[in-house]
Design a protein around this ligand. Structure first.
Ligand code: G1P
Length: 297
């Protein structure tokens, strides 16, 4: 990482997406669209905004669609070019900036998020890297507003404080079982130093209601710690457990990002995100607003 620029970002995309069956029988959860762009596109844009030039997708053998999506679509592109459909061609070619490369790593078995991140070890190398869980969609301002995405904000904090950084958000106490939960001591308006972190605690024993959402800036030291991490909550190798070990060695900060998060890992969250984008869309925003007010068909 140089000057707060994160060169490498890991996208664990090997999950089964059971909440969206039957669609996810054939469509990877990360390919579900929010309006006209798949979730993974928002995640990749956020990584590129943070400075990434190497995107590491940790996939399972069923996730060809993600590789195809970021690849060149020769037939489609030549048809659009011949038909003079320049705008559509630009959309198809614009999924990835030219200077950015994709690396696909297979997670042979679904052993947990920690294991998925560990699969990226060889490619991630020896510098701090980002992790984005694409089903946590975070928007900050309208597209093109120039506002920093969550990961860029975190990368800047990580470089300044020489620390690991996790994105956090307050959640209802009843929901602590869905998240990694931190106990942290505030150091500034948006940052707090983490004292402990625990994966999916019951509300009665959760140290707070401050939940990790799907963004991390981590040092390479996390890899040997992941190698030593035994299965934890749900019998899975948890990234949270390796982070708990990490924070005994170096500062790890909880960061309240500027922006709005949509939990697109469930149906209601995906609907909310779609409505948010539709309301901002220059073409359908007005009609969508009428629809939401109950005045549309
Ligand atoms: C994962 C992490 C958890 C984090 C959550 C954010 O859980 O293990 O610590 O709070 O993502 O979305 P999962 O949603 O994969 O169960």
């Amino acid at each position: 990482m140089k000057n707060g620029r994160l060169r490498k970002v890991v996208f664990p995309v090997a999950g089964l997406g059971t909440r969206f069956l039957p669609a996810t029988k054939v469509v990877a959860k990360e390919m579900l669209p929010v309006l006209d762009r798949p979730l993974i596109q928002y995640a990749v844009d956020e990584a590129v905004d943070a400075g990434a030039d190497t995107l590491i997708f940790v996939t399972n053998r069923y996730k060809h669609a993600i590789a195809d999506y970021f690849d060149k679509a020769y037939e489609l592109e030549s048809k659009l070019a011949q038909a003079g459909k320049e705008e559509l061609l630009a959309l198809v070619q614009g999924t990835l900036p030219r200077n950015v490369r994709c690396v696909f790593v297979t997670q042979p078995e679904a052993l947990g998020l920690g294991h998925a991140v560990l699969c990226a070890k060889q490619v991630a190398g020896d510098e701090p890297f980002g992790v984005i869980l694409a089903d946590d969609l975070i928007v900050n301002g309208a597209p093109g507003s120039g506002k920093a995405g969550a990961l860029r904000q975190m990368a800047e904090v990580a470089a300044r404080e020489d620390a690991g950084v996790l994105a956090v958000e307050e959640v209802p106490r009843a929901d602590t079982r869905k998240y990694g939960i931190v106990d942290a001591e505030s150091i500034s308006a948006r940052s707090a130093r983490i004292r402990m972190v625990v994966e999916k605690p019951a509300p009665e024993v959760a140290p707070s209601n401050l939940a990790i959402v799907g963004r991390y800036v981590l040092p390479p030291r996390i890899f040997p710690l992941l190698e030593q991490t035994r299965p934890g909550a749900g019998g899975e190798i948890q990234l949270t457990d390796a982070i708990e070990a990490l924070l005994h060695e170096m500062p790890v900060l909880a960061y309240c990002f500027e922006g709005t998060r949509f939990d697109c890992g469930n149906k209601l969250g995906l609907v909310k995100a779609t409505l948010h984008m539709a309301l901002q869309d220059p073409q359908i925003g007005g009609e969508t607003a009428k629809l939401v007010r109950g005045q549309g068909a």
